[in-house]
Design a protein around this ligand. Structure first.
Ligand code: VGL
Ligand code: ZN
Length: 209
């Protein structure tokens, strides 16, 4: 059983049209977690949402690199590897909007991420360079929120990386495994599971609530 406390926050990651079936970067079964995330939000005193929010020509778009295709990767000038995706979650586009069925008007904050053209951000806490903070850890701390429960999309990218960084930032962290779905590109599901375990992220299911 997990009984939400007054200092817990539910972090609902990237439940946006482009990650649902029919969207630009559709996650299989992504539509199945919309209602569970909405219902889960009703159990928490505090809810934070995230939105993947890229400018046109973003570094993570395969279309921004000549000769590249989605799900490949390129080396960036600083040596990091950048996975490539179809154009998705372009700022202000219908695909970037939160899923209609999500409807969590009580949410206190929406963190937008990946808004710098040359820098991606899967995590809601730290951008892909590993050092640019989004401000979320400071926000949670300043408000006295201590435990983070994560749901949303995608398990092996934004939801998983957000959970890992929450744990690394010192928050007790859980992932609701049946309120998330993965992309599973190039072994990413197995890697995310391993990394979450190593970071101390604990699993929960909807039945635990
Ligand atoms: C995501 C790939 C690219 C996600 C965002 O929300 O998991 N994945 N951008
Ligand atoms: Zn993205």
């Amino acid at each position: 059983m997990f009984v939400p406390e007054a200092t817990d926050v539910l972090l609902v990651v990237d439940v946006q049209n482009d990650f649902l079936p029919g969207g630009a970067l559709a996650v299989v079964g992504g539509d199945e977690i919309v209602a569970p995330c909405r219902d889960l939000a009703g159990r928490f005193a505090h809810v934070v949402l995230t939105q993947d929010w890229h400018p046109a020509g973003h570094v993570s778009f395969a279309s921004s690199h000549s000769g590249q295709t989605p799900f490949g990767s390129v080396a960036l000038p600083d040596g990091r590897s950048q996975m490539l995706w179809p154009d998705h979650c372009v700022q202000g586009s219908p695909g970037a909007a939160l899923a209609d069925g999500l409807h969590i008007p009580r949410a206190e904050l929406i963190i937008r991420k990946g808004y710098r053209r040359a820098l991606d951000s899967y995590s809601a806490f730290v951008e892909a360079d590993g050092r640019t903070g989004t401000g979320l850890a400071g926000y949670l701390r300043e408000r006295g929120l201590r435990r983070v429960v994560v749901c949303g999309l995608a398990t092996d990218f934004c939801a998983g990386w957000s959970a890992i960084d929450a744990a690394r930032a010192g928050f007790e962290t859980w992932l609701v495994t049946d309120a998330t779905r993965g992309i599973d590109a190039a072994g990413s599901m197995a890697r995310a599971a391993q990394d979450m375990k190593a970071a101390g992220v604990r699993p929960l299911t909807l039945a635990d609530f």
